[in-house]
Design a binder for this molecule. Structure first.
Ligand SMILES: Cc1cc2nc3c(=O)[nH]c(=O)nc-3n(C[C@H](O)[C@H](O)[C@H](O)COP(=O)(O)OP(=O)(O)OC[C@H]3O[C@@H](n4cnc5c(N)ncnc54)[C@H](O)[C@@H]3O)c2cc1C
Length: 464
């Protein structure tokens, strides 16, 4: 291992290969709640990575991977974007980290074809800020807006708060430049076009690959002009099921909201002080009359399912507090509790059953004190249910609640993750969801990375 680090220092220079304990400690966890609980509640010193490489060019990334891949012993590498993974996907014990933060340039913004080309280590917040100054937006706004990088968002197949109208990251990525585990640098297409029927689209290999198949170094993404017209408000329901029916009808009739978040009574109480299911919803576009027409139709549909209009205040409350991550964690700690979030997806016909079974099953876990949920990210055939689970801090409770959550979701025909990805926390259930197709994934991994260098210790193929 020391031999590899010496070669890296010789090739890249000492300022790009860091081994000082203080710096390594900063990389010893991502936002995986299990690691945060061990560090912040149990005061554990977490294992550190072996070294951190901070490349400042694609060439540096390529050189680093060539050296590491060429060594006799395999030293695992973990790609690190903003470190905001909540699944342990960027956890790096016994690995070398490649921190992408210096590859952060916006290369071009094309307002005619609505494309941006950007380096993968750029923070979403900075990219969106620049776009907004010029009258554009990605309209990809996850709650991790202030932390996440473009490469990390692509690698985890992320979803933003406006996904119902603008799509998820896979709908936004047009082209990628990647460095393969052997150091080879390649774009996945020679042109940036809206669609192409030229064999399987290779971008999908890397979207959601969680750093396992290659390092994304640049991305071409589609942008939109900033919307100029918006209407928002909120509705209260007597039952969660009524709210769900209204969302289904909106999606089928193509009255597509920009944001729609239906909170169950528990989460509505905690977040808004409303003790019934609450829907906050917005429509947006470029013409007031069209947006008003959508709003009028939506109002009819939602009221038709028992929704009672309760004004615009709750939507504004959400807008104001939606990135208050640290405050939320602090509140849970104050009650002597810990938490995790588990976002799953399913079809409309199964959604009520999954919601009920999930809550019932998790409440049976010793130490679980709260299970609440909201529905967001809507599709014509279903939606994401985002559960928040509160529990007394304990590692056994943690794994027991995750086992139940994954098993009940699979049993009820849902997907184990809508947008947080697999990481370490879900790795043992990935095979259950993919069935025999997991062998295709393994074969691709072996073909691209036969030595198992990239994200092998912390990701989808984490040894159980
Ligand atoms: C408070 C909070 C809120 C969140 N909200 C959302 C949300 O609304 N929607 C959502 O989808 N997710 C959300 N997430 C989780 C989500 O996975 C991350 O925010 C984001 O997608 C990861 O970006 P990152 O740059 O921090 O990646 P990291 O955590 O650094 O990395 C995540 C994974 O991607 C890999 N990776 C990173 N960069 C690259 C690259 N350039 N090339 C190849 N692989 C790479 C890493 O190795 C790792 O496997 C949230 C997380 C937090 C902490």
């Amino acid at each position: 291992m020391q031999d590899v680090i010496n070669k890296l220092v010789n090739a890249l220079g000492p300022s790009k290969v860091i081994t000082s304990t203080d710096v390594l400690r900063r990389y010893s966890r991502d936002f995986w709640p299990l690691l945060m609980m061990r560090e912040q509640v149990f005061n554990e010193e977490l294992p550190r990575p072996l070294a951190v490489i901070i490349p400042s060019s694609v060439n540096d990334v390529s050189t680093a991977l060539r050296i590491i891949n060429g060594g006799n012993d395999v030293v695992p590498v973990v790609v690190y974007g903003g470190g905001s993974s909540v699944t342990g996907a960027s956890y790096s014990a016994d690995s070398i980290i490649i921190d992408m933060s210096r590859l952060n340039k916006i290369i071009s913004i094309d307002g005619r074809d609505l494309l941006i080309t950007v380096e993968a280590g750029a923070r979403l917040r900075d990219v969106e800020g620049k776009l907004n100054e010029m009258g554009y937006s990605l309209r990809h706004i996850p709650q991790s807006f202030n932390y996440a990088t473009i490469g990390g968002l692509i690698a985890t197949m992320s979803s933003g708060q406006y996904s119902t109208l603008y799509g998820n990251i896979e709908d936004i990525v047009v082209n990628l430049e990647v460095v393969l585990p052997n150091g080879e640098v390649t774009w996945l297409r020679s042109n940036n076009v809206p669609r192409a029927s030229t064999g399987p689209s290779l971008k999908y290999l890397f979207i959601g690959s969680e750093g396992m198949l290659g390092i994304i170094t640049k991305a071409v993404l589609r942008i939109v002009p900033l919307p100029t017209s918006t209407i928002y408000g909120a509705y209260r329901f007597d039952s969660f099921e009524q709210g769900i029916e209204s969302l289904r009808e909106l999606m089928i009739k193509r009255i597509t909201p920009a944001v729609a978040r239906l909170y169950d009574g528990n989460e509505a109480t905690l977040r808004f002080g409303v003790d019934k299911p609450l829907l906050i919803i917005s429509f947006e576009g470029y013409y007031d009359d069209l947006v008003k027409a959508l709003w009028r139709r939506a109002d009819e549909i939602v009221k038709g399912h028992g929704g009672e209009y309760v004004g615009s205040r709750y939507f504004e409350d959400w807008l104001r507090t939606r990135f208050n991550v640290e405050e939320e964690i602090e509140m849970v700690r104050r009650y002597g509790l810990w938490f995790d979030t588990i976002e799953v997806s399913t079809t409309w016909s199964r959604i009520n059953q999954l919601y009920r079974d999930f809550r019932e099953s998790l409440f049976r876990v010793n130490g679980v004190v709260g299970v609440m949920a909201h529905i967001s990210h809507l599709y014509i055939n279903g939606a994401c249910i985002y559960f928040t689970v509160l529990f007394k801090p304990d590692v056994n409770t943690y794994w027991e609640l995750w086992s139940r959550a994954m098993e009940i979701t699979l049993r009820d025909g849902g997907s184990i993750s809508h947008h947080h990805g697999i990481g370490i926390v879900r790795s043992r259930w990935l095979g259950h969801e993919l069935g025999n197709a997991i062998n295709i994934l393994r074969a691709i991994k072996d073909a691209l990375d036969n030595k198992g260098v990239l994200n092998t210790k912390n990701g989808m193929f984490f040894p159980d």
